[in-house]
Design a protein around this ligand. Structure first.
Ligand SMILES: Cc1cc2nc3c(=O)[nH]c(=O)nc-3n(C[C@H](O)[C@H](O)[C@H](O)COP(=O)(O)OP(=O)(O)OC[C@H]3O[C@@H](n4cnc5c(N)ncnc54)[C@H](O)[C@@H]3O)c2cc1C
Length: 467
């Protein structure tokens, strides 16, 4: 970074909002993926105007800018591949207003997702998107990744709850997309363009979020199966039965055992697979829904179907789901994860194919995820120390190709980022990918926003650790 740019940024932000020491920068070199690269500085803007001024300086001096929420991303989106400045949004963390009459909240990007949930629930309101990382991740990161979560089966994902955005463009201009109106066809839908743009098109500084009334209640059920296919078939059959559960989570036997090893929450360790299903709504809707789900599980030869006794029991079950990533990390320190989506009715076929891939490649494969919306997380680890890494690479490619063959997507909710940038063309045809590149070129002609992400690229880290 040029000295005069540094001077301008120091003057603009002050020492508490602009860190330059190597040991400070190290903390912002990585996210929750395997990628890591050292930035030259870290900026903490507190207003959209400050974001705008930083971007104007960066654009003039061609300094890469990587927006960052909590760094919980799993695809390297917040890794500063070209050095430059990591722009951390966590000091813009106000819930600016909550409009109970219009069911809307206006928030800054640094609000932690679980904090928003709690604040809304205290007012009898509901913001459904619930990534499993909600205790740490931010609304800005959720918007930039179009994060999903467990409740997507019934309610959808982040994009379904955004009405409008304030975004700062690469040249420092501040734009406003969407509005507070449910019906709004004034111009192109730019809100949807920025949601899921992974910090490559602009920096989100404010969002108008849609809320719902808090459901009256919810009930959770745990069904255990003697065969993985029976669990997968149950998922498709529940949807066919006309019930849309709030969540329908899936864990295979390896996952059940890893979670139990990490914290014993009473999962049935002898089962081949379990489904964790939640139904919400009025007491009548819950009763009808749970009965119908129980019937479908039984028809698919469930070994047991247990309805949670009370709120504490529900929490025990959900704790096991939220512990999966930590549990897998403990049991297999070097596991890798794919995040695929297929149409819901094709989940059983996808699960069968993953099983075949494990046998063919010799990779050890664990399946879990939000299978009720067709999103399967496939975790891979070496079988033992003799398994070549090539086996995992082959298995990952085969999983993505099989998902595509089933009309699926290679990225469901974790983004493309760095990890899948060279596979994006597997899912998008050339004219579509080219149009996306043109949009990027138009909004960020100097390529300063999150370089090396989303699009196929050979760009590697400019400042790896140890250099
Ligand atoms: C244990 C665990 C469980 C997870 N479970 C889920 C899950 O269930 N569902 C799911 O969808 N994801 C999940 N994730 C992934 C991750 O938490 C989400 O992608 C989340 O949305 C990232 O938010 P963040 O604040 O950490 O963003 P970061 O990781 O900091 O950034 C993510 C991307 O957003 C960009 N960005 C951040 N803020 C802004 C902004 N204000 N403007 C523009 N761009 C911005 C960054 O440049 C980067 O490209 C999980 C991760 C972990 C570690």
């Amino acid at each position: 970074m040029q000295d005069n740019a540094r001077r301008q940024l120091r003057q603009l932000l002050g020492p508490e909002n602009f860190l330059e020491e190597r040991e400070d920068c190290l903390t912002y070199a990585f996210d929750a993926s395997e990628g890591a690269c050292l930035p030259e500085a870290v900026a903490f803007p507190e207003t959209a105007e400050a974001v705008s001024e930083i971007l104007a300086i960066a654009n003039t001096h061609r300094i890469p800018i990587v927006p960052r929420g909590a760094g919980s991303g799993l695809t390297g989106g917040a890794v500063p591949l070209s050095g430059g400045i990591v722009m951390t949004m966590n000091r813009m963390n106000r819930i600016i207003s909550v409009d109970t009459g219009n069911l809307q909240a206006i928030v800054e990007p640094g609000v932690i997702t679980a904090r928003l949930h709690a604040a809304m629930e205290a007012k009898g309101l509901f913001y459904p998107p619930d990534p499993a990382s909600m205790d740490i991740c931010t609304i800005g990161g959720n918007l930039a990744e179009n994060a999903g979560g467990m409740r997507a089966v019934k309610y959808g994902v982040t994009k379904d709850f955004v009405m409008g955005l304030e975004v700062v463009l690469a040249n420092g201009e501040i734009i406003h997309t969407g509005s507070r109106c449910i019906k709004d066809v004034v111009g192109y839908d730019l809100t949807r363009l920025f949601v899921g743009s992974e910090g490559t098109l602009g920096v989100i500084t404010r969002a108008v979020l849609k809320l719902l009334p808090l459901p009256e209640g919810k009930q959770t059920l745990l069904a255990a199966f003697g065969a993985m296919e029976a669990a997968a078939q149950t998922i498709a059959d529940v949807i066919k039965s006309g019930i849309i559960p709030t969540t329908m989570e899936f864990m295979d036997k390896h996952c059940i055992r890893a979670v139990t090893q990490y914290q014993d929450t009473g999962l049935p360790v002898d089962a081949e697979a379990v489904l964790l299903i939640e139904v919400d709504g009025t007491p009548h809707a819950i009763e009808t829904g749970i009965k119908r789900v129980q019937a479908v599980c039984t028809a698919n030869r469930a070994l047991s179907v247990d309805v949670a006794r009370d709120a504490a029991d529900q929490e025990r079950l959900w704790r096991s789901r939220r512990a999966i990533h930590a549990a897998l990390g403990l049991v297999w320190p070097r596991w890798e994860e794919e995040d695929i989506a297929v149409p819901i009715a094709r989940v059983p076929e996808m699960v069968r194919r993953v099983d075949d891939i494990a046998k063919e490649t010799g990779a050890f494969i664990v399946c879990f995820g939000h299978a009720g919306d067709g999103n399967i997380h496939v975790s891979l680890a070496p079988h033992d120390k003799n398994t070549p890494h090539e086996a995992l690479t082959q298995a990952r490619a085969a999983i993505l190709k099989d998902a595509i063959a089933l009309e699926g997507r290679i990225a469901a909710e974790h983004g493309i980022g760095l990890i899948k940038r060279n596979q994006i063309g597997w899912n998008l045809d050339a004219p579509t990918l080219s149009l996306m590149r043109q949009i990027k070129g138009l909004l960020d002609p100097n390529g300063i926003l999150n370089p090396g992400k989303v699009f196929p690229s050979t760009l590697t880290c400019s400042a790896p650790f140890g250099h």
